[in-house]
Design a protein around this ligand. Sequence first.
Ligand SMILES: [Zn+2]
Length: 317
Amino acid sequence: MSILFDNAGRQISLAQGSVKIGRGPDNNIVVSDNSVSRHHATIYVASNEAVLRDHGSSNGTFVRGQRINRDQVLNDGEQIKFGSVPFTFHDGSPQPYRDPTVPTSQIARSRPQMPGLATAGRSPAAAKPRSFEAPQARGGTSCPNCGRSFGGGRCCQFCKQVEGLPTGITIASAATRLFALLMEYIVAGIIVGLLFIAASATGANPGDAVAGLASVIALALGATFFVCSIVMFSRGQSPGKYFVGLRVINVQESQAAGFATMFLREFIAKPLIMILSSVTLGIVNFWLVWDRDTQELWDKVVNTIVVSDPLGRTRRP
Ligand SMILES: [Zn+2]
């Protein structure tokens, strides 16, 4: 089994076949670094050799410090860099004995010795099962919530824990979000309805009492909704989200969105997209159902995700 070691000494086992490396979530090894292209390179792993190919990446793929421009056969102990992210390649030779009592943090530090030791493992005696630990099959970081592999996405593929946020903070379900959205639409609908009643009553009979009452209720409701929104924006919430315990996360900052992001999202991006997409009869509201990170189009515009966080653990300090 061929292995890549990352800079922190973590092992990534390379299955036979093609192993795609890049920043995009559809790669086998996702490297979240700006120097890495979305589809950066592929390692073709066979039983007797591994070949590295760069896919015209912006910042290049390097072997022993040399940028490669053709397929490169990888030797044991080879230093590889995807953009500016270094890895060390090891071929199928058995890994040196690993003392189970030594914490992983120390193993990372002792890693530079491995290329020299690895050749000793080629003798049949050293290949006895108890003499070394099998490489860990780890396809990326493991989830702090359920312990399984994140799966290369922004949230855990199993429990929806969001990477980089406190344990237990999960991506909000599409159903909860649509419910929150629906509640806000109903309030907005009532306001518009009342204004419509007021306008038509005034048109038929200027100075009508019904018109006066309807416009007063509409204005009171509208003002309350607006003030609540403004107050909640600084906590990454809007009235509907507050009601069901959702919070908008600013992806770049890994914490609840602030007032500016929320104002942009709720009062500019969302209405604009809604107006532009009204030709689709509101089907755009259901975009999140098929989206990988349960994002709406306006989430993509302002770079936000929505999580379930009723206790405000993601709130900005
Ligand atoms: Zn998980």
